[in-house]
Each structure stands twice: as structure tokens, then as C-alpha cells.
Design a protein around this ligand. Structure first.
Ligand code: HEC
Length: 199
């Protein structure tokens, strides 16, 4: 019964506000492949840079580095992608630029429920209209690995220097207190509809 109700609410949420037409199989496949490509680029860029900073000076150095660099790297990847936009979004965001909109929040909620049931999908695709233009949005869940807890874990178990930098750079930080296996947020890829159409 509760499942049915949740499903109804989910349908109303996505049905009324966002998904006017159902996605065709071809649209799904193309959006998934473009989305995966964009996520891979951003993830690769972030990982390489985090890895280098870690090697140079452990987590205190990495957090200093990350704090200035993540936004810049995201901008760089977007410039290369030209028509597609990729970013990270979280309901408990550290950088206010990664604040979710209504649809992001609905998808995050959906992912959290599915994760609880052990049925987390690898991605989700939604159709939206922005300023009169149609887009498909590719969402990929981001899970917390034990490694992430160095900067997103229980404050009492974290390096005080790391915590100090977080407090200083992100006075409104919400991204602490996670446990491994939880949903940290999503990658979000905005794809203009014409990119997945035709042929
Ligand atoms: C060295 C510290 C550090 C580690 C390790 C780390 N993060 Fe972060 N994380 C940060 C910082 C700093 C930000 C804010 C970046 C910015 O300004 O955009 C951030 C932001 C994020 C965001 C974007 C949303 C938000 O809150 O602004 C996600 C998602 C995220 N981290 C997930 C992870 C995951 C998953 C891992 C493990 C694989 C991880 N992080 C490991 C420091 C870290």
C-alpha cells in the first residue's frame, strides 16, 4: 500500500511537472551514451587532480586544492563539451553552486528510496523544458566510498586540519556526517533534445 502511494506520488511529481512525452528507446540510448561520456570526462578530471594533490600532501593538501579547483575543473570540462552541460548536485551540498533544483531533488529522493530497496538504477533520464527549449537530463547516482569519509564523514573522526579548511572555505557546508554506501548526490548532464534526435 505504501509502495503504491509512493509510486503515485512519484508519477504525479514527474508526470505533471516534467515529463510531457515519454522517452523513446532511441532517445534513452543516445542520452545515456552522451550522459556517460560527459560524466566520465568530469569524473576523470576530478580524480586525476585529487590524486595528484593527495600524493603531494595528503588530505589537508587535497582539501585546500579541491576547494578552489572543483568549480574550475567543472567549467573547463563544460567548455570542451560545448553543447552538453555536466555538473554535480547534492541535497546536502558543500558548494552552494551545487544546490539542487526541484527536479534534481525529486530524482535524488527517488534514488535514495531505490537504494534502500537495493534497486538503485545506474542512471535515470528525464525530459524537461527550459526557456522554451527541450532537454533530456541524464542523472547518475554518486555513492559514498570509505575513502570519501576523509572529507565527508563524521567530524569527530576527521583530520582537524581538513575540518578547519572546510569550515573556512564553506561556512554553510552541509556535506559532513555521511556513511559509506549512502547517496552523496548525482552527476547531472543537460542534453539539448536535438542532440539525441534524428537518424
Ligand atoms: C580531499 C577532500 C575530499 C575528498 C576525499 C572527497 N571530497 Fe567531495 N568535496 C570536497 C570539496 C572541498 C567539495 C566542494 C567542491 C566545490 O567547491 O565545488 C566536494 C564536493 C563534492 C560533491 C559536489 C556536491 C557538493 O557537496 O558541493 C560531491 C557529489 C562529492 N564531493 C562527492 C564525493 C565523493 C563521492 C567522494 C569519494 C569518492 C569525495 N567527494 C571525496 C572534498 C572532498
Amino acid at each position: 500500500m505504501r509502495g503504491a502511494l509512493a509510486l503515485l506520488v512519484a508519477l504525479l511529481l514527474t508526470g505533471c511537472t516534467h515529463q510531457e512525452k515519454p522517452l523513446t528507446q532511441k532517445e534513452r540510448e543516445r542520452a545515456a551514451s552522451i550522459g556517460q561520456m560527459a560524466v566520465k570526462r568530469l569524473m576523470g578530471e576530478l580524480k586525476t587532480n585529487l590524486g595528484t594533490a593527495l600524493k603531494e600532501g595528503g588530505f589537508p593538501k587535497a582539501i585546500e586544492f579541491c576547494a578552489g579547483k572543483a568549480e574550475e575543473l567543472t567549467a573547463k570540462v563544460n567548455k570542451e563539451l560545448v553543447v552538453v552541460r555536466v555538473k554535480r548536485v547534492s541535497d546536502k551540498y558543500r558548494n552552494p553552486k551545487n544546490r539542487p533544483d526541484k527536479l534534481d531533488l525529486a530524482v535524488i529522493k527517488e534514488f535514495k528510496e531505490k537504494l534502500k530497496e537495493g534497486k538503485l538504477p545506474p542512471y535515470e533520464i528525464k525530459r524537461i523544458k527550459l526557456n522554451g527549449k527541450e532537454y533530456l537530463v541524464y542523472y547518475k547516482p554518486i555513492l559514498v566510498a570509505p575513502f570519501c569519509l576523509n572529507c565527508h564523514g563524521e567530524p569527530t573522526r576527521m583530520n582537524p586540519e581538513v575540518l578547519r579548511v572546510i569550515k573556512e572555505k564553506y561556512p554553510q557546508d552541509r556535506a559532513l556526517g555521511y556513511r559509506a554506501g549512502q547517496l552523496r548526490g548525482v552527476f547531472k548532464v543537460l542534453i539539448p533534445e536535438e542532440e539525441v534526435k534524428g537518424g
